[in-house]
Structures are given as C-alpha cells and as structure tokens.
Design a protein around this ligand. Structure first.
Ligand SMILES: O=C(O)CCC(=O)C(=O)O
Length: 285
C-alpha cells in the first residue's frame, strides 16, 4: 500500500496541495486512459476540450477504479479521515494544440453543495503534461483564506450564460465578492506552484484551494481524471446555483447532516483509527 510520508501529509495540510508521484501504477493508469477514450469516444471526438463526470455511477470499469486504486486511501491519510466517500469523478481532456482552452483560477468549494474541512480531489495525470502546457497550478495556502472567489469563465461569459450552464450558477457567482487576481504575477504576495506530471502521478488538493490550468500548447493530448473525495466531517449543504451533479432530489440527506447516504455517496474506504493526525502547521516552510 502507498503510504504518504509525514512531510507529504504536512504539505497537504499546510499548502492545500501535494504531488504524489506514481500514485497509480503504470498498468492501471494505461487502463484508465483506455477507458477515458471508450467513454468519450475516439480521441478528439468531443472537440478541443472533453469532459464527463460521475462516470463511475454508470460505468463498471470506472466504478472499479474507485476500489482498485489507492486514491481514496491517500485522501484518507492526507485529511486524517477514517472514512472516504466518493462525491464524483470527472474526466478532463485537452486535445493537442488547444492553447485557448484555459481553465482560469478558481476554487471548487463555492459550487459544491458540501461543507467541511475534509474534502479533497486527486487529479490523476494519464498522459505527460508540463505546467506550460496545461498541468495544474495552485496558489499555496489559499485553502485557508476563507475566501469564496467569483469564477471567471472567460472574456464575454456573463452571468446569464453561466445560468444556462446550470440553473442558478450565474446568480450564485454574481453574489460572490472575492475577486480573482493574476496571482501568478504577484510573487511578493502569492506563492504559486505548478507540477509537471507523468502518467499515474496524482495531485492531491483541498477543494478550497485556488487552481488553474493553461491551454494545451503542446502537440500531445492531455488526459486527466479527478476523483472528488469526502471525509468523515463532510456535511450536505445544498445551495441554489450549486453544481447539480448531485442535488437534493438525489439524496435522502437533509441540509446540515453529515454525509452518510451510501446510495448517493458510496463509501469507498474505511480504516481503523489511523495515527496520521499530525498537528496542522500554521505557516509555510
Ligand atoms: O484538468 C483541468 O484542466 C482542470 C482540473 C480541475 O480544475 C479540477 O480537477 O478541479
């Protein structure tokens, strides 16, 4: 079993992000890559940017990845959680030479109907990628700022258009007052870090951290899958405008309840009490 080192756990808690090289073994990463192509269609079939999510709920092979990979256990170790449930999985493909397919700085938590300190993603690279050409970048420590940034989806994308993506998305975004900056241009204030990745590497990050990916300027396709994990303390907190991938009609949970609904949020991992509850460092370094 892949065990996180103390310094990896501390990095996750301090910075909100840690890279776990080789988190998925090469044969399993190759199988995941082939199943992405099966789910999305032939390479390139979905255009420049391919995306699909909650695939595990309708696809047996994707469901098997929840249990055959050690990703849930890595999330449990990092968050100090005894249980891990799946919220959803999400495929992200950027085809080659798609420099304009930028994913601007954003946080995940303002749009998830989930609250709590133990919520994280493992973004797993299934192809090589460099930071210059669409591997993820993060603003270290931003998961602890208690900010809810208004997302910027691109020039000319207004709140009405966002409402068309899903009900209330734009209205909710319009109510958020924290404004995205060009964090990368202010090293005196912000510590931006990016990770070049190889197939099987995982980036394990808190759902509150600011992150982005540049367009894919390379001649290589970039494929990744994010698994979204919920720890013991995650709470069901639906709001109007939240991502509808799981909404109130899909769960028996009432707002404010700990997430225990096995049908909507299957339990993927459970450990005995684990001795990984490190004190949370308060400053970088
Ligand atoms: O793959 C990307 O470019 C974006 C991924 C992302 O934002 C996420 O996993 O939360």
């Amino acid at each position: 079993m892949r065990t996180l080192t103390t310094s990896e756990i501390q990095a996750f808690r301090r910075d909100g992000i840690v890279k776990v090289p080789g988190a998925v073994p090469p044969d399993l990463a190759a199988e995941m890559l082939a199943s992405v192509d099966r789910v999305l269609g032939a390479p390139g079939a979905t255009g420049m940017f391919g995306m699909d999510r909650r695939v595990y709920a309708r696809d047996e092979q994707f469901a098997s990845f929840l249990y055959r990979s050690e990703l849930a256990s890595l999330a449990a170790q990092a968050m100090g959680s005894e249980t891990i449930r799946i919220y959803f999985d999400q495929i992200f493909v950027k085809e080659s030479n798609t420099e304009d397919q930028v994913f601007h700085w954003h946080q995940d938590h303002p749009f998830w109907p989930i609250r709590g300190e133990q919520v994280a993603s493992t973004w797993v690279a299934l192809t090589e990628a460099s930071v210059q050409a669409s591997a993820l970048e993060f603003v270290k420590g931003s998961h602890r700022w208690d900010k809810h940034y208004r997302p910027f989806l691109g020039e000319g994308v207004d709140f009405e258009q966002m409402n068309r993506l899903w009900d209330g998305f734009g209205d909710h975004a319009a109510g958020l007052t924290d404004v995205i900056e060009d964090f990368e241009n202010h090293p005196e204030r912000y510590d931006v870090v990016g990770f070049d990745v190889a197939p099987g590497d995982a980036l394990l990050f808190d759902y509150r951290i600011l992150h982005r990916s540049r367009g894919n300027s390379s001649g290589r396709r970039r494929v990744a899958v994010s698994w979204r994990w919920l720890g013991d303390s995650a709470v069901w907190a639906p709001i109007h405008g939240a991502d509808p991938v799981i909404s109130q009609e899909h769960t028996t949970l009432q707002p404010g309840e700990r997430i225990t609904d096995d049908a909507a949020f299957p339990l993927v991992y459970r450990s005995g009490p684990i001795d990984l509850r490190q004190p949370v460092p308060t400053s970088a370094g």
